[in-house]
Design a protein around this ligand. Structure first.
Ligand SMILES: [Ca+2]
Ligand SMILES: [Ca+2]
Ligand SMILES: [Ca+2]
Length: 179
């Protein structure tokens, strides 16, 4: 069972992934997010980077559909998503969300120096169409050791805590923006 706080965060997560605002998570949402990142990173449609990006988002969507779409209508409602979040995600976090987190980190870390700067973090939010105005504020919260960058360790900790923590003061609650 999700606590109230976890439910709020997972509802936020759902809204972020429903990037076309249809009220359901569908394959087209994942492809749009992949396309946004490809465009920002300058990946050409025929390139290996583009293919890898699409494959990754396709994998996550397939997984979501397999476990989060019990009525098999190729779209995941909020209700289905919250059920999925409370059951399956617990057991399979490392395989799905954890590995997606690592992939996202690489994607956002444009200069591949293993650290996310504020400018790189902006790409993350832009990829998901999260409002730009809140980025600076949230970046400071997420930079746990206040050294002006988000390290791979911080990023992975934040991703994990976003999904699992029930602490109202956890900075990770802000990972996908205001919740
Ligand atoms: Ca949608
Ligand atoms: Ca970097
Ligand atoms: Ca840091």
């Amino acid at each position: 069972m999700l606590t109230d706080l976890q439910r709020r965060k997972m509802t936020r997560f759902f809204r972020v992934y429903d990037i076309n605002g249809s009220g359901f998570i569908e394959e087209s949402d994942y492809m749009r997010i992949a396309h946004n990142f490809a465009q920002m990173r300058g990946f050409k449609p025929s390139s290996t980077e583009y293919a890898r990006l699409e494959t990754k988002f396709q994998f996550v969507w397939d997984y979501m559909r397999k476990f989060g779409d019990p009525n098999r209508d190729y779209s995941v409602s909020l209700e289905e998503f919250l059920a999925y979040a409370s059951s399956v995600m617990e057991d399979n976090y490392a395989a799905v969300e954890g590995s997606t987190g690592n992939f996202l980190f690489e994607l956002i870390d444009g200069d591949s120096d293993g650290r996310i700067t504020l400018d790189e973090f902006r790409l993350f939010y832009r990829g998901y169409d999260i409002q730009d105005t809140v980025v600076d504020h949230i970046f400071r919260k997420l930079d746990l050791n206040a050294d002006s960058v988000i390290s791979a360790e911080e990023f992975s900790q934040l991703g994990y805590d976003f999904h699992h923590s029930d602490d109202p003061d956890s900075p990770a609650n802000w990972f996908f923006g205001p919740f």
